[in-house]
Write a protein that binds this ligand. Structure first.
Ligand SMILES: [Cu+2]
Length: 163
């Protein structure tokens, strides 16, 4: 966690944030036009403290929307993570600011951007429903209900690695 925060500072996020603070709050008056669909949460073996959620986020509005956080009732904390390969290793990095352009649709999917659910009271079971929310810059929040599933398809080889 601390390492991620230090990474964020090292990436120059602080100057960006101060830039945002002085920018006029053009979109603050309107709720974000983000539409969430196809949300699902990966069921992992019971006892695992963390899992991940995936969904599609579409911006149907005329203004850019910036996702600044996530939350889920079943987890102590939720973070937006992206995955990228560094020197042959898959590394996850926390995103504290994810812009979605007007008309753009972002796919959160295994192996890519995902919502990390941290500190689960218990692992949800296949078929359970989990309420997920995304926080948007300007104070808005959009929520959806995610279905709990096993991983599918192209995931098999990746899951095999973890055994
Ligand atoms: Cu992650």
């Amino acid at each position: 966690m601390n390492r991620l925060l230090r990474q964020a500072a090292a990436c120059g996020l602080s100057p960006l944030l101060s830039l945002l603070l002085v920018a006029p709050p053009a979109t603050a008056a309107q709720p974000a036009s983000l539409v969430l669909s196809n949300a699902w949460v990966r069921a992992l073996p019971p006892g695992q403290p963390n899992t991940a959620a995936y969904l599609t986020v579409a911006n149907t509005g005329a203004e850019q929307a910036i996702i600044v956080g996530a939350s889920a009732a079943i987890a102590d904390a939720a973070q937006i993570h992206t995955t990228r390969e560094v020197d042959g290793y898959q590394r996850m990095e926390q995103l504290t600011r994810l812009p979605v352009a007007p008309g753009q649709s972002l796919e959160f999917a295994p192996g890519g951007t995902h919502i990390m659910l941290l500190g689960l009271a218990r692992m949800p079971a296949v078929g359970d429903e989990v309420r997920l929310c995304l926080q948007v810059a300007g104070g808005g929040e959009v929520c959806t209900v995610a279905e709990v599933r096993k991983g599918t398809g192209g995931e098999q080889s990746h899951e095999h690695h973890q055994h």
